[in-house]
Design a protein around this ligand. Structure first.
Ligand code: ACO
Length: 318
């Protein structure tokens, strides 16, 4: 498949580290030195649907196609106020598309899992034009009494449209290692009369150091594997488009790969971790800033709760 359009949207409201330090025991020095985050956009008066629609509309405009031309929408979302229907169904109606939609939850790796499904749909003839949209509000997962997790996240949405015009995915890999206790959150569900135990809300539980280690080692392994499968050397790679959880994770991956820093663009300083929206937001920024040329090779890689990781090599051919 080929990338034909990108779009992204961030909520209007921004919270700086200094603003957080006024409501909890933290400071800019602690947050920025450990994570690279200076500020994050949070949904305040807007809702997730609004920024999801904005990202989709920008991607359609960038692709130069109408919503009716989409054959499938794959929506990556970890949490939103609707348990059902899937967020993709809501976005479909609001952008005026008519195609089928599915939601997937592969946490922060969801956009790349969505790309893999899109690639299969296109290869098998199910669809010719597929939009993968990641719309996320991870700021609603941790407790805002827990300073070690809530400062890490921001909300956002990114969308990418793929078509069957050429075959630009050079390799792709997804892996799951069941380790839910490292990073999870639970929600209370309605009780029925035959239930023995009540379910309870458990805001995000994260073993930060373990996530850090798994992220660095798995991402490196994934990146090396997809580059080998695609038969490309590092000097052929224009950018490594990585999940934006923490600048120190990006720096560690860069260090272990032995690649120059300029090949690792980031948005983390102003977005925080927007879960699966990180990669399409970053890709859209590169596209709109004119940093991508036809033929550029991009390596994408993400990790997230599960523990699920994914990586791919794709040629920018737009
Ligand atoms: N402000 C000030 N102090 C804080 C804060 C805060 N916001 N949060 C924690 N602290 C304190 C802790 O209480 C602790 O204090 P103590 O030593 O008195 O007990 C101290 O800072 C050190 O805490 P550590 O947890 O040891 O800090 P560490 O250096 O490991 O950094 C961090 C924590 C940034 C979370 C790091 O472990 C990390 O980056 N892990 C990766 C996590 C990640 O990226 N998750 C992504 C989320 S999900 C995803 O995308 C897959």
């Amino acid at each position: 498949m080929k990338i034909i359009g990108t779009g992204s949207a961030l909520p209007k409201f921004e919270a700086t580290n200094d603003m957080l330090s006024q409501i909890m025991d933290t400071d800019d020095e602690w947050i920025s030195s450990r994570t690279g985050i200076k500020r994050r956009h949070l949904l305040s008066e807007q809702d997730l649907t609004e920024i999801g629609v904005e990202a989709c509309m920008k991607a359609l405009d960038n692709a130069g196609i109408a919503a009716e031309e989409l054959d499938y929408i794959i929506c990556s979302n970890t949490v939103n106020e609707f348990i059902t229907p899937g967020l993709g169904c809501i976005l479909q109606g609001q952008i005026g598309a008519k195609c089928p939609c599915i939601d997937i939850n592969a946490a922060c790796s969801g956009f790349l899992y969505g790309m893999q499904i899109a690639n299969s749909f296109i290869a098998s003839g199910v669809a010719k034009k597929v939009m993968v949209v990641a719309a996320e509000e991870p700021s609603r997962i941790p407790s805002w009494q827990d300073r070690s997790t809530c400062v890490l996240f921001g909300d956002g949405a990114g969308a990418v449209i793929f078509s069957d015009e050429s075959n630009d995915v050079l390799s792709m890999r997804t892996t799951t290692t069941s380790a839910y206790e490292v990073l999870y959150s639970k929600r209370a569900m309605e009780q029925h009369p035959f239930q023995k135990e009540e379910t309870k809300d458990v805001p995000l539980v994260m073993n930060g150091r373990e996530v850090f280690k798994m992220a660095v080692s798995n991402s490196q392994e994934d990146i090396k594997a997809v580059m080998k499968d695609a038969n490309i050397s590092s000097d052929q790679v224009k950018y490594f488009v990585l999940h934006q959880a923490n600048i120190r994770i990006v720096d560690a991956i860069q260090h272990f790969l032995g690649e120059p820093k300029e090949k690792f663009p980031t948005t983390i300083d102003y977005t925080g971790n927007t879960s699966s929206a990180c990669i399409p937001i970053l890709l859209d920024r590169l596209n709109r800033e004119g940093k991508l040329s036809k033929g550029d090779v991009l390596v994408m890689s993400a990790f997230g709760a599960g523990f699920e990781t994914a990586a791919c090599v794709i040629k920018w051919n737009k």
